[in-house]
Each structure stands twice: as structure tokens, then as C-alpha cells.
Design a protein around this ligand. Structure first.
Ligand code: NAP
Length: 887
């Protein structure tokens, strides 16, 4: 042990440093290196007697990484990369530990690490604006900045089983395995737990022990690692262009350079899916199988089930005893929602004569006794018990290890009593100058940790340097920013299936722990861009203070869009498209047609029929979508979007298919006439005529005779609303309900949504001006057939109105919903937070739009007098309708 270079010891005895780091694992070591290079005096406090963090403690047999080691490695220094060569595809714990030791020596980090030192308290001193750390050795440290690099899986969970103390044999925890190893030969061994640690160690323990009994509570998915030399093609990719390989990893979703899949499972035949799966199974790569088979595997229960079923088949193939195979087969969570494991001979181990599986779901453990383990129905005498029971993950090491007291004497454990709250997973409001590396709210455990750690460390150290440069001495997240991050986290968690499993990701593995998805599920690349945006927007969400009352606070939320909407808009911005209104009508139509070619087509429906109906002034094309269920079905007359100018009866096909499936109703999408050839009121009159024709021909269309419903998006919403008014005034057809999705309802442009969302959200104010100009002369614009808000609103059919927060048309939609309600029309209004004009029609792209469409479908079913289709919600395929409801 030595003192940090440039640090001082004051009279009170506290060592004074700029920055104190807790932990000397992957994160702590890189922090030390960066801080030192940035000129900060620093010290790392480490409980162990050497570097390594998680790789220091987890020395159980079979411990290896499960991200390919060429990716699970530091990338900050090309020289380091040249000097260290990994020997295997998945390095063993000893090799990774050697690597971390090598890094510590190469950068001479050990002198700044105080080993065998556990922090026992950390208190923020308001007067000096410093953290005072107490340690178990009695030494204290005073620092300006306190950085927790304590890891996500470093606080082992207590056994939670009665009688452990009574056991007369040996007890081990995988997370605290003795350094000298454990002699298991000839012994009767029990392993409790079948997570990654259990699954890695069980095959090796089985080889040594006389008898192994595995106590399994929940079966987990495991895939063969096919360990061996680093794969040649991967290595060639890396060595071909190291910099771009690393850069691709940094901007990927999981921190490994793999592309994003675009093909969805139902677009592939069963044979194609199986071929993809077999290829992935043979690869032995967790991130590959988690991301590369089909695009909907991680976001949709059906897409996931297709993959999970194939894994289950494999388990049945490998395990000879059908009962054991059944017990080992997971059924209670989607594949990937709980961390799957990479194994070597795991399932085959259960074919060994010396291995027994005890299914704790059938016979729970009653107690541990002096001689072994007693379940509800049997007793097992054993010599050794291995607890592979996991960790108090993500918050355990930060919160439980020592009290942290921030501004006003508030303790972190108090503040986090109902679950961790952070800004970016890096900071906590009320705890100035405290940072966490891979804290709850960061992508951390859902990513390649090495990539996330480097990003977090770089961001934090760069900020500290910038603060110093600007003369500030404190930095603290604002409450607004933190609450916004919580909302964004919740939005992100709707994108994946992690919320559907009881795991350590959600805190469910620790009795009494607050539950919620703790890691950031939005992906490594998006997270990185958000962190950069915080800086480029003037440290948005942080309060900075300095001497002499200097203060800067740029309060606000960094992400207000739904996460997938943000991705779509960023992608569109990167395409740098010319404004649509500059393309001319024909050019714009060609653009939309081309654009639509690139989108997912929508899921299959029972039947799609093209036909011709009678419009206001001649025949019009239509496309009919029929459910696969037995009819006759109620009919929805649908009007596509496109500013009365663009699109056609096929252009909203994914939306029509989706709604046809969800409602169990026929959707007839009408190809009404377009401007500029056919100006106002052509579209409105066509809409009305089409609704009448469809109602009259319901039986011919094999639909349910009687009232129809109308629906439309954008200008189509306008036509739907107008059709209802005309039908009321002109004596039919009978309309039982109207679904208005982001409708145009009025001709003024002075509502605030037109200003707030004038640009940047695809539908711009300028584009709307153009649409209006081409469709309708100024003199006609107040006509209710184009501005239905100005019409008479009594006696209209019940309405479901959807408005999107980031849409120029938002406020006129809101006004229409309010005006309908004021005129006695039953109205349900979905104010979709964080969504833009196209959110709900971008089916299978904007996944967070699903819950909105579920509500729309339920409303349509209600209009038709049908019971709600609750199956979607029940299966978890659809998120709670309240997820994006008005606040
Ligand atoms: P884990 O995934 O939380 O698994 C713990 C296991 O113990 C589960 O099967 C759990 O059952 C069981 N368990 C817990 N308490 C129990 C009790 N009281 N009675 C009976 N069974 C009990 O923990 P882990 O295996 O240590 O892995 C944690 C994470 O560490 C992994 O997901 C992974 O991210 C990381 N890890 C990575 C590697 C690697 O890189 N290769 C290796 C090891 C760990 P339930 O599921 O029913 O709770």
C-alpha cells in the first residue's frame, strides 16, 4: 500500500485526494488510469488483497466469461491490445484475473490502490463540499469526488434457507470460492442454484464428486459455449480493422459488433427459422443467439416463443430421462428475459449416473440439517453444500455494503427504499459529486460490461475535467432529470421482455427487495448518444456550483420521446432527406412509395381482397383485410393518411393488418381521390360515399350487416370525422363509432403544438401548409367538411381520439376530443406521451405503439358491441394500456 501520488494527509489524519474510487476490478482499474492521466490525485479502496473485482472472487470450477473474450476486454489503448493475446474464445477466470493483474502492472496502478480496505461509511460534508470515507482499517479519506466502481454482481445473497449453521459438512459460495480450491473427489456434493454460476460449475463438480445432487428451483436456458480457440472469422474481422470493429461495438445494442436484425420471425418459414437457429446453436455465442435470429425475438412474446421452443427441443434431445428433461426445461419466462447461460456439457451432465436433479418446485427445501438437505419428501446426506444462489445485484454492492449519506443527511438506502433512482445510472439527485460505474439505470449487465465500463468511465472523467476547467466544484443531478430518466427507463423496459421474468434484473431474487427492471434496456449505442447529448445540451439535468456562488443549472429531461421513436427520428435525421414539400406531388408520392417498401409488411390476416367501390364521382379502389376467424365480422371503413395528397388504399397496410388482427374485424381501406388533381371536397365526399357503399354492401363483402365504424389516420382521421358528421346530416349510413388517429380537425396553425413541433418530428408545419394549400383554397377552409371542429358536434357516434405529444396536429386533436365531449358525444382520448405523428402506423418498428393499438382495438370492439379481446394483455404480448396513457 502506498499513498496516491500528489495526495495529502491532513492533521485530522484523512488522506486528501481529488477522487476516491471504490473497487479495483475492470471499472476501478480503468478509472484509476484515466483519472491519473487527467491529472487528478486519486486512490482506489479495495476490499480484496489484489485487483480483479468479480474475477477475484468468483473462482469456482468452470468460471469463465460468457461474452467472447476478444470483445470482453479493454479497448482504450491499442498498445495494450497488441500486448495481450487471449488464449480462448471464452477465457477462464484465472486468465482474466491474470489479464487484470497485467493491466494493473502495465499502467503501474497498484501504488494508488489500498488493498484489504473496506469502505464502511461515506458522508457528504456540505461545508467543505467533500466526501469523507471511513474504512475498516480506521484510515479515512477525504475526496472531492467519490466514484463507486463496485460492480453489479459483487454482494452475494444470503442462503435464505434455515439450518445452514447446523450443517456439519463444508459450505461454499460460488461467489466467494476459496483461493486454494476445494477438494471434492469422492465426496457427496449438493449444489443449490442453477443460474450461470451453477450451470458453469455443475459439469466440473460432477466429474470430481462421488455423488452430485443439484437442487433446482427455476430451470434456466443454457446454450453450448463450444469453447476453443478464438473463432477465425471473428478474429479476422477484428484484426482487419480494429478501430472500426471497436467503434461498431460501442454503437451496437449489446456492446458486441453485431448488426441489428430486421427480419421478423413470421416472415421466415419454419425451415428458415430452424436453419437460423441451428447455425446460432453451433456458434456458441450468447449475444448472437440473443440478437441475430429474428428481430422480434427480444420484443415480442410470439417471436420469442418460436426461439424458446427450439431451445426446449434441444434440452429434450440431450437429456435421456424424460422426467429430468422436463424438469430442466424452462417454461416460466421468455428466452433472454432471464440471463441465459453458456455451458459446457451442462444438460449432458444429467445423463451421468452420479448426478441427481431435485426439482424444488415439486419438493421445496424444508431445512438444512447437520447431515444434509431435507425437502418436503426426502432427505439427502451430503458432505459439501455449494451455494450458487446469486447476488443482491446492482444495488447490493452500492447500498448494503456501507451507508452513504448525501445532502441534508439523507441516506442512499433510504432514498432507494422503493427501488434505485438515478440519472443515467451514473449519478443520484441529492448526492453531489457521487458517481457510479454501471449503476442501476445504465446498460451494464445487459451489455458487454467492458464496453459499458469504458464508456461510463470516459464520460465521468471527461466531465470532472470539464468541471475543473470551468471552475466548478460540485455536480449534482436535478430531480427533474432523475424523474425523467426513470420514465425513460420505464418506457425502455416496455421494449423488451425482461419485465416478464422474475430475475435479479428486476430485484425479484432477493426477498423484500423493491422490484423493477434495474438495468437500462435501451441499448449501449442509444445510451452512449444520450450521454453525449447531455453534454452537448449544456449538461442538461445537472446543477453545477463553484466558488463565490457560481452556479449553472440546465434543468430538464434528456429523453422525452419514446425510445424507439427517438431511434426512428434519429435515423430519419441521419438520412438528411429533402423536405417532402420540395419534391412536388409526384416526387412526394414516389418517395412515400419507396419509403414504404423498406418497412415490415405486417402480419398475415385471413384474407386480403382488392376491389372497387362507388365513390362520390366514380369508382374508387379499396383493399379489404379479413380476419382469419369465422365471420361475418363487423366492418371498419378506413381512411389512410397522407395530407389528402399522398398514399393510397394500400399505404397503411401494416396498420390495417394489425388492427384487423387485434379487433377481429374487417378493415376496408378506401382509395379516395387526392389533391392536387381533386381538391376539396373530393376526399371528404369520397369518404362519405365509400362509407355508404360499404354499409350497403356489407353482406356482399361477407361482413356483418348493420352499422359500420370509421377510422382514419391524419388526413384520413379528418375524413373519418367528416364522414360521421355527413352521415348524421344526410340520413346515413349508420356509424357506430369513430377512431380518429392524429386527425386534422381545423384550419388554423396557431395552436402551440404547431409551434412546439414545427420541425424535427417528420410531419412538419411546412409540410402541413403545403398539404392544405394543395387540397383546399383559403375560402373553403372553415367548411366543416375539412375543418370538422367547426361543424355541429351533437349526435355524433362515440369516438376514440388519439393524439401524440410530438405532433403539430396534437392540439387540434385535443380540441376535437374536448369539443365532442362537451357536446355530449362519448369520447375516450389517448394522449400518447413521447410519440410522434407516425408512431402508431409504424407497426413492428415503433414497438411502444403496441399498447396504444390495443386500446384502439378495444374501443372499436366496444363500438361494435363485442367483448374486449383480453388475450393480448393476458399473454403479455401487449403492455398495459396505461403505459402510454395520458398523464
Ligand atoms: P443467479 O443467476 O441469480 O442464479 C441463482 C440461482 O440460485 C437460481 O437458480 C435461483 O433460483 C437459485 N436460488 C437462489 N436462492 C435460492 C434459494 N433460497 N433456494 C433455492 N434456489 C435458490 O446467480 P448466478 O448464477 O451467480 O449468476 C448471476 C449473474 O452473474 C448471471 O446471470 C451472469 O450475469 C453473471 N455470471 C456470469 C458468468 C459468466 O460470465 N460466465 C458466470 C456466472 C455469473 P431462482 O431462479 O428460482 O431464483
Amino acid at each position: 500500500m502506498s499513498e496516491a501520488a500528489g495526495s495529502r494527509v491532513t492533521n485530522g489524519g484523512a488522506q486528501q485526494v481529488d477522487v476516491a474510487v471504490v473497487g479495483a476490478g475492470f471499472a476501478g482499474l480503468y478509472l484509476l488510469h484515466r483519472l491519473r492521466k487527467a491529472g487528478f490525485t486519486t486512490i482506489a479502496l479495495e476490499e480484496a488483497d489484489d485487483v480483479g473485482g468479480t474475477w477475484y472472487w468468483n473462482r469456482y470450477p468452470g468460471a469463465r466469461c460468457d461474452i467472447q473474450t476478444i470483445d470482453y476486454t479493454y479497448t482504450f489503448d491499442p498498445e495494450l491490445e497488441r500486448e495481450w493475446k487471449w488464449s480462448e474464445k471464452y477465457a477462464t477466470q484465472p486468465e482474466i484475473l491474470r489479464y487484470l493483474g497485467f493491466v494493473a502492472d502495465r499502467y503501474d496502478l497498484r501504488p494508488d490502490i489500498r488493498f484489504n480496505t473496506k469502505v464502511t461509511a461515506a458522508n457528504w460534508d456540505e461545508a467543505t463540499e467533500r466526501w469523507l470515507l471511513e474504512t475498516d482499517s480506521g484510515a479515512t479519506v477525504s475526496c472531492r469526488y467519490y466514484i463507486m466502481a463496485t460492480g453489479c454482481l459483487s454482494a452475494p445473497k444470503p442462503p435464505e434457507i434455515d439450518g445452514v449453521k447446523d450443517f456439519s459438512g463444508e459450505v461454499y459460495f460460488t461467489g466467494r470460492w476459496p483461493h486454494q480450491g476445494v477438494e471434492l473427489a469422492g465426496k457427496r456434493v449438493a449444489v443449490i442454484g442453477t443460474g450461470s454460476s451453477g450451470i458453469q460449475s455443475i459439469p466440473l463438480i460432477a466429474e470430481q464428486a462421488a455423488q452430485l445432487t443439484v437442487f433446482q428451483r427455476t430451470p434456466n436456458f443454457a446454450l453450448p459455449a463450444h469453447n476453443g480457440p478464438v473463432s477465425a472469422d471473428r478474429l479476422a474481422l477484428l484484426e482487419g480493422d480494429r478501430a472500426s470493429y471497436r467503434e461498431q461495438a460501442r454503437w451496437s445494442l449489446a456492446g458486441v459488433p453485431l448488426p441489428q436484425q430486421t427480419v421478423v420471425s413470421w416472415q421466415l418459414s419454419e425451415a428458415e427459422r430452424r436453419a437460423r437457429f441451428e447455425q446460432a446453436w453451433a456458434k456458441g455465442d450468447l449475444v448472437y443467439i440473443l440478437t441475430q435470429l429474428w428481430a422480434d425475438q427480444a420484443v415480442d412474446v410470439d417471436g420469442n416463443a418460436r426461439l424458446a421452443d427450439l431451445v426446449r427441443e434441444k434440452i429434450r434431445e440431450i437429456v435421456k430421462d424424460p422426467e429430468t428433461a422436463a424438469a430442466l426445461t424452462p417454461h416460466d419466462h421468455p428466452f433472454g428475459a432471464k440471463r441465459p447461460c453458456l455451458d459446457t456439457n451442462y444438460y449432458a451432465t444429467y445423463n451421468r449416473p452420479n448426478v441427481t436433479l431435485v426439482n424444488l418446485r415439486q419438493e421445496p427445501i424444508k431445512a438444512i440439517t447437520a447431515s444434509g438437505i431435507t425437502t418436503d419428501s426426502r432427505s439427502f446426506d451430503v458432505d459439501v453444500i455449494v451455494f450458487a444462489t446469486g447476488f443482491d445485484a446492482m444495488t447490493g454492492a452500492i447500498m448494503a455494503v456501507h451507508p452513504i449519506t448525501g445532502r441534508g443527511g439523507k441516506s442512499l438506502s433510504g432514498v432507494w427504499a422503493h427501488g434505485p433512482e438515478t440519472y443515467l445510472g451514473l449519478t443520484v439527485s441529492g448526492f453531489p459529486n457521487l458517481f457510479m460505474i454501471t449503476g442501476p439505470g445504465s446498460p451494464s449487465v445487459l451489455s458487454n460490461m467492458a464496453v459499458s465500463i469504458e464508456q461510463h468511465v470516459d464520460w465521468v472523467v471527461d466531465r470532472l475535467a470539464a468541471l475543473r476547467e470551468a471552475g466548478f466544484s460540485t455536480i449534482e443531478a436535478t430531480e427533474t432529470a432523475q424523474a425523467g430518466w426513470a420514465r425513460h427507463m420505464a418506457d425502455c423496459s416496455m421494449l423488451t421482455l425482461h419485465r416478464l421474468a422474475n430475475t435479479w434484473y428486476t430485484g425479484a431474487n432477493v426477498p423484500g427487495k423493491a422490484q423493477g427492471v434495474m438495468p437500462y434496456t435501451g441499448g449501449v449505442g442509444p445510451y452512449r448518444s444520450i450521454c453525449s447529448e447531455v453534454v452537448s445540451r449544456g449538461m442538461l439535468g445537472f446543477r453545477l456550483t463553484g466558488p463565490n456562488g457560481a452556479e449553472q443549472c440546465n434543468d430538464g429531461e434528456i429523453v422525452r420521446l419514446q425510445p424507439d421513436v427517438r431511434l426512428v427520428l434519429n435515423m430519419l435525421a441521419e438520412m438528411n432527406l429533402p423536405p417532402i414539400e420540395s419534391m412536388g406531388a409526384e416526387g412526394a408520392r414516389a418517395f412515400v412509395a419507396e419509403f414504404n417498401k423498406g418497412r415490415p409488411a405486417g402480419r398475415p390476416v385471413g384474407e386480403i381482397v382488392d376491389g372497387t367501390l362507388q365513390g362520390a364521382d366514380g369508382p374508387l379502389p379499396y383493399r379489404l383485410y379479413r380476419p382469419a376467424t369465422p365471420g361475418p365480422h363487423p366492418i371498419v371503413v378506413y381512411f389512410h393518411g397522407g395530407g389528402w395528397l399522398l398514399g393510397d388504399e394500400q399505404s397503411d397496410e401494416p396498420f390495417c393488418r394489425d388492427m384487423c388482427r387485434r379487433t377481429g374485424m374487417i378493415f376496408v381501406s378506401v382509395g379516395y381521390r387526392h389533391a392536387p388533381d381533386h381538391r376539396f371536397p373530393a376526399a371528404a365526399e369520397d369518404g362519405y360515399a365509400a362509407a355508404g357503399w360499404i354499409a350497403d354492401h356489407a353482406a356482399e363483402l361477407r361482413g356483418k350487416p348493420g352499422p359500420v365504424m370509421v377510422a382514419g389516420w391524419s388526413a384520413g382521421g379528418n375524413i373519418a370525422a367528416v364522414t360521421c358528421q355527413l352521415a348524421r346530416d344526410r340520413g346515413g349510413p349508420q356509424i357506430s363509432g369513430q377512431l380518429l388517429l392524429c386527425p386534422v380537425t381545423d384550419c388554423t396553425f396557431d395552436r402551440s403544438s404547431y409551434t412546439d413541433n414545427a420541425t424535427g418530428y417528420f410531419l412538419t408545419r411546412a409540410l402541413m401548409y403545403w398539404f392544405w394549400d394543395l387540397y383546399c383554397s383559403p375560402a373553403d377552409r372553415t367548411d366543416p367538411r375539412v375543418s370538422p371542429l367547426r361543424g355541429r358536434l351533437e349526435g355524433l357516434p362515440p369516438a376514440f381520439v388519439v393524439t401524440c405529444e410530438f405532433d403539430p396536429l396534437r392540439d387540434e386533436g385535443v380540441a376535437y376530443a374536448e369539443a365532442l365531449a362537451a357536446n355530449g358525444v362519448p369520447v375516450e382520448h389517448l394522449k400518447a406521451r413521447g410519440h410522434f405523428h407516425s408512431s402508431f402506423v409504424m407497426v413492428d418498428v415503433v414497438i411502444t405503439g403496441v399498447s396504444g393499438r390495443v386500446r384502439m382495438a378495444q374501443a372499436l370492439r366496444q363500438f361494435a358491441g363485442l367483448p374486449p379481446q383480453s388475450e393480448e394483455v393476458r399473454l403479455g404480448r401487449i403492455t398495459s394500456p396505461h403505459a402510454i396513457a395520458a398523464e
